[in-house]
Design a protein around this ligand. Structure first.
Ligand code: ADP
Ligand code: ZN
Length: 215
């Protein structure tokens, strides 16, 4: 499958992408994960991205496109891909359209995950992430807590609150989403590619997306 997942921070794009990738081996491509790995690895793109990310701003389109041009042409994408967190601006969407056109690839559709704002806020402030960059398991202090000693149930490393998950950064991420990313809904609707999913449970959303792929 070749799907773009669109939605506010905390809408569940990552969880849905992961579950979908387990269905048929399509790769989950998360620009957030790629950028966090680059920051940790201390590479040039990582150094450029860190400040934007910590304050909840978007990384410049040119940097994202450099990364994604390379990533989308890697062999594992032949099986299909789930784009999680990309595109996030109209220029990124236009550049993606051009790139896929050159590659002779069409998207199945763009899945817009719709979640009420109060649910999003609650999820983001209670979210915790495994600090092991190879694991990055996501926890929630209310609904899915880490081990009692604050470590990851999968790999045993400390579970932390991301720098961009302070209240100030979260509010900025939501504002940035409304301003820069929400316009993609209209953009893709205009191209006839948009499908809406009211997404309160990731599992239910995956089932709906599966049905939508068949229909
Ligand atoms: P979330 O969707 O929960 O906000 P992500 O893990 O997708 O978090 O992204 C974390 C940060 O990485 C974003 O706040 C932004 O700074 C940067 N980022 C990720 N993807 C993009 C993108 N496509 N364009 C610009 N910045 C991005
Ligand atoms: Zn872990």
């Amino acid at each position: 499958m070749k799907i773009v997942l669109l939605g506010a921070p905390g809408a569940g794009k990552g969880t849905v992408a992961k579950l979908l990738s387990e269905l048929d081996g399509s790769v989950q491509i998360s620009t957030g994960d790629i950028l966090r790995a680059a920051v940790k690895g201390g590479s040039d793109p990582g150094k450029k991205a860190k400040g934007y990310m910590d304050s909840g701003d978007l990384v410049p389109d040119s940097l994202i496109m450099e990364i994604m041009e390379v990533r989308l042409q890697e062999d594992d994408c032949d099986k299909g891909f789930l784009l999680d967190g990309f595109p996030r601006t109209i220029p990124q969407a236009e550049a993606l359209g051009e790139l896929l056109g050159r590659m002779g690839i069409g998207l199945d559709f763009v899945a817009s995950l719709e979640v009420p704002r109060d649910v999003i806020l609650d999820r983001l402030t209670t979210r915790r992430t495994c600090s092991n960059s190879a694991c990055q398991e996501i926890y929630n202090i209310k609904s899915n807590p880490p081990a009692p000693d604050g470590t990851c149930k999968k790999c045993g490393r400390p579970v932390i609150q991301r720098d961009d998950e302070t209240e100030e950064a979260i509010l900025n991420r939501l504002e940035t989403y409304n301003e820069k990313t929400a316009p993609l809904i209209g953009y893709y609707r205009g191209k006839g590619l948009l499908r809406n999913f009211v997404s309160l449970s990731s599992k239910d959303t995956v089932e709906e997306i599966k049905k939508s792929l068949k229909g």
